[in-house]
Design a protein around this ligand. Structure first.
Ligand SMILES: NC(=O)c1ccc[n+]([C@@H]2O[C@H](COP(=O)([O-])OP(=O)(O)OC[C@H]3O[C@@H](n4cnc5c(N)ncnc54)[C@H](O)[C@@H]3O)[C@@H](O)[C@H]2O)c1
Length: 319
């Protein structure tokens, strides 16, 4: 995995240490940064440290970190207040709940105590920064830095400025994230769901509709991605995929298959609402393959697979 070139002279802060915040803490500490970990629920912050320790041990076992895991873990420090977390920090990663009013209240609190030069990235999955970070002292220094879970294993991060984010903030965060080893995507205009979740939404919309209409089971739909589309998607995106899938490249592909895709798109013009009956049916379908009690174990299995995959990716010369 591409590792770190960041300025470690100042600490960084993780605000909200749930699933995503704790993951960011690992990505930051792995790069040599001291990380102040703060959560409104103190227990969440203290639980995040031993959990991170276990992940670091696994990363070390896979050869994804060279440093002894306990040395990396030692850079994770619990902060007992927002002010303590932000004091002297160069960067703060906000990872609180996905609700505009909660993020707005936090931004107002940060505005009251933060140093004049701190940069703040928000992990928001789809709410635009202009909806919660504008018209404050800190506004030019806030942007979306949306990761994929877990951010220390999946490198992409979407940077999405608000209408008030400065160019300097975008530039700083781009350099900082690349220094961590993340893969930076610039979203040029604010849009709900940004790029990643809009792409995911398109696929999920079709997946739920296919299950609802009895075309295929959840397992066969998963298999289609797992053993089909996903093979290429792990190293190339949809545009490169189609560029290679017609003799004359992407324009040839569009001429050959455009009518098919337009026809499919027209057949899904109605909103595919996930109502209670459909959710129950998908839940029943999935539980045949995975008991609810085993979800945690399966997440651990996923993270192990991701680590094996990261090892393979780090060996390939081109990406
Ligand atoms: N779960 C994912 O796959 C994923 C992926 C990318 C981005 N995100 C985004 O990351 C953010 C966090 O999601 P999560 O899945 O980690 O949620 P989570 O529920 O696991 O964690 C959120 C944490 O924020 C804390 N919190 C709430 N208000 C706070 C405040 N004012 N100050 C400090 N801490 C506060 C809560 O106590 C909780 O521990 C959301 O915006 C989410 O959309 C999630």
């Amino acid at each position: 995995m591409n590792q770190s070139q960041v300025d470690t002279s100042k600490p960084v802060a993780v605000i909200g240490a749930g699933l995503v915040g704790a993951g960011w803490a690992i990505a930051f500490a792995r790069a040599g940064l001291t990380v102040r970990v703060y959560d409104a629920t103190a227990q969440v912050a203290s639980d995040a440290i031993p959990w991170a320790g276990e992940q670091l041990t696994a990363l070390h076992r896979h050869g994804l970190i060279a440093e002894p895991p306990e040395d990396v873990k030692a850079r994770l420090v619990i902060a007992h207040s927002l002010e303590q977390a932000l004091d002297g920090a160069a960067y703060a990663q906000e990872s609180v709940l996905e609700r505009a009013e909660i993020k707005r209240k936090l931004m107002t609190d940060i505005d009251a105590v933060a140093d004049a030069d701190i940069i703040i990235g928000s992990s928001s999955s789809g709410i635009q920064a202009s909806m919660f970070a504008n018209d404050l002292r800190i506004s030019p220094r806030v942007l979306i830095a949306h990761p994929v879970n877990p951010p220390y294993l999946v490198p992409v991060v979407e940077l999405v400025p608000s209408t008030q984010t400065s160019q300097k903030t975008i530039q700083f965060t781009d350099t900082f994230m690349q220094g961590l080893g993340q893969s930076v995507v610039h979203v040029r205009k604010e849009i709900e769901g940004f790029v990643l979740n809009r792409l995911q939404a398109a696929l999920l919309r079709e997946a739920w509709a296919l299950q609802r209409d009895g075309i295929a089971t959840c397992e066969d739909i998963d298999k289609t991605v797992r053993d089909g589309l996903g093979w290429r998607w792990s190293f190339m995106g949809p545009f490169e995929t189609i560029d290679l899938n017609a003799p004359g490249g992407v324009a040839d592909y569009a001429n050959r298959f455009g009518p098919l895709y337009h026809s499919i798109a027209r057949s899904r013009a109605a909103d595919g609402h996930w109502d209670a009956e459909l959710i129950e049916s998908v839940e029943r379908d999935r539980r045949q393959y995975l008991n609810a009690a085993d979800l945690g174990k399966r997440r651990e299995w996923r993270d192990e697979r991701l680590m094996e995959f990261a090892v393979q990716r780090s060996k390939s010369a081109d990406r």
